[in-house]
Design a protein around this ligand. Structure first.
Ligand SMILES: Cc1ncc(COP(=O)(O)O)c(C=O)c1O
Length: 452
């Protein structure tokens, strides 16, 4: 461990980070912790005026991961009251509730086998997307180039497209980000883009990608990390579906964050984003960033001047549950959630095969909630753009799906369409694929007529 180097993230930070100043009030909050200090600082509302006396969470009795009831404790009911409720209803720390952060840092150390040290820290956000946006604000300068695994999540695409940078597509395949494609771009950068500053960021979705459903195998991650070191890139690891892994037990690829000390004998090149949206609740809006502290400080400065903090109430709810569960209990819960998605995937794929055999193809996902279906419209295998078929003809037949263009920075033509199996029941999926079959068959006929 002592022989690993620590990447200095400062040169990666944007000029803009210097414009964000400590909030005149929040910047003084830490002084309130000095023993004996009397604080007249914050305009915190008086909690005795709040209408909530207690909030009880009744947990599902079937929940995996819950420890056995101890004594009189009822593990299935948790009541927030008194000082804890007052804290949950009050303004709180910018980076998140300190004991929640402490729990998450222990959890990251446990899951990713990273020693808790001063090379990384956890920051809580209002969902992982909140943190990804702020991290990009803190990292992207005018004229920068960002490498983006393509196709990718339109939520990130939306805010990246609004930043003053160019998006360079690194094409993914059925196994996720392809390091050979990445290397081709990087090795030819100067000849193909003379005078253009080399890219400093790579954005990737390693597990159950949205939209492709693909999960990158560990050997590819190793190659990507080596390239990141060689070409001095930060890796933004958006792992929103990591907890929805339902492939073979014990075979889940280690994260980039876990691998970087081993692969590159280095720490600090990977910025990781986790989300509670898929396993606790998406409405609680909780995610967390694991990043070098200098970047965390920059992100916290943005938070303290914009939305102030993530919601105290949902953090306390999550912390109360997670501290009862412990890391292993939470992971057991995630395994049981993932099993639900695996069962749904199986049913969904069976129905898709029934209607679309020979008319579409896809890679079976081992994580997440999406199939990324390639429509086989042309009899000789030429690619036909899915946009009109999905956005117009499928809608007219009563089936909604996302055309692949939504996931491409250039919006370019693509024969793919994203369909989700997270909610749909078998009978509806059956009917949806029957209708989609009709759309593809009709399009085939049109192509045949045109080519006659
Ligand atoms: C790849 C990816 N990243 C991030 C997010 C946003 O997650 P959160 O709800 O934590 O903001 C999503 C949401 O669907 C996603 O698909």
């Amino acid at each position: 461990m002592s022989s690993t180097t620590i990447l200095d993230i400062s040169p990666f930070l944007s000029q803009k980070t210097q414009l964000w100043k400590a909030c005149g009030i929040r910047g003084l909050f830490p002084l309130e912790n000095i023993p004996g200090m009397i604080s007249l600082l914050a305009g915190r509302p008086n909690p005795s005026t709040f209408p909530f006396e207690s909030i009880t969470m009744k947990l599902r009795p079937t929940l995996a991961g819950m420890p056995e009831s101890k004594g009189n404790d009822d593990p299935f009911n948790v009541t927030l009251e008194g000082a804890v409720l007052a804290e949950a209803l009050q303004y709180g720390a910018t980076a998140g509730v300190p004991r929640f952060i402490d729990w998450l840092e222990n959890f990251q150390a446990h899951v990713h086998k990273r020693v808790r040290d001063d090379t990384w820290s956890v920051t809580v956000g209002s969902g992982s997307q909140d943190l990804m946006y702020k991290a990009c604000e803190a990292l992207v300068d005018e004229g920068d180039s960002i490498l983006v695994e393509t196709p990718f999540y339109p939520g990130t695409l939306g805010f990246l497209a609004a930043l003053p940078c160019s998006l360079i597509e690194v094409h993914a395949d059925g196994q996720g980000l392809n390091p050979a494609n990445l290397e081709l771009i990087l090795a030819n950068w100067e000849t193909e883009r003379p005078g253009k500053r080399p890219p400093k960021l790579l954005y990737t979705i390693p597990s159950g990608s949205n939209p492709t459903g693909a999960s990158i195998p560990e050997h590819r991650k190793v190659d990507v990390l080596r390239l990141a070191r060689k070409y001095n890139l930060l890796v933004l690891e958006d792992d929103a579906y990591a907890f929805l892994y339902y492939g073979p037990a014990g075979k889940q690829a280690r994260s980039y964050f876990a691998l970087e000390p081993d692969v590159n004998a280095e720490r600090g090149r990977v910025v990781r984003f986790d989300s509670f949206s898929k396993v606790l609740s998406s409405g609680m809006r909780l995610g967390y960033m694991t990043a070098p502290p200098r970047l965390a400080t920059a992100v916290n400065l943005i938070t303290s001047n914009t939305n102030l903090q993530p919601a105290s109430l949902t953090q306390i709810m999550a912390y109360t549950l997670l501290s009862q569960w412990g890391p292993e209990g939470f992971l057991a819960h995630c395994v049981s959630v993932a099993a639900v998605y695996r069962a749904r995937r199986d049913i969904f794929e069976r129905v898709a095969r029934k209607h679309l055999a020979g008319l579409a193809e896809w890679t079976t996902p081992v994580a997440g909630m999406f199939l990324y279906i390639k429509l086989l419209v042309h009899p000789e295998g030429k690619e036909v753009d899915s946009q009109v078929l999905i956005a117009n003809k499928a809608v007219a037949r009563g089936v909604l799906a996302v055309p692949g263009t939504a996931f491409m920075p250039g919006g370019g033509p693509t024969p793919f369409v994203r369909v989700s199996f997270s909610l749909i029941e078998e009978a509806d999926a059956d009917e949806a694929f029957r209708r989609l079959r009709g759309v593809i068959l009709e399009a085939r006929k049109e192509v045949e007529m045109e080519e006659r």
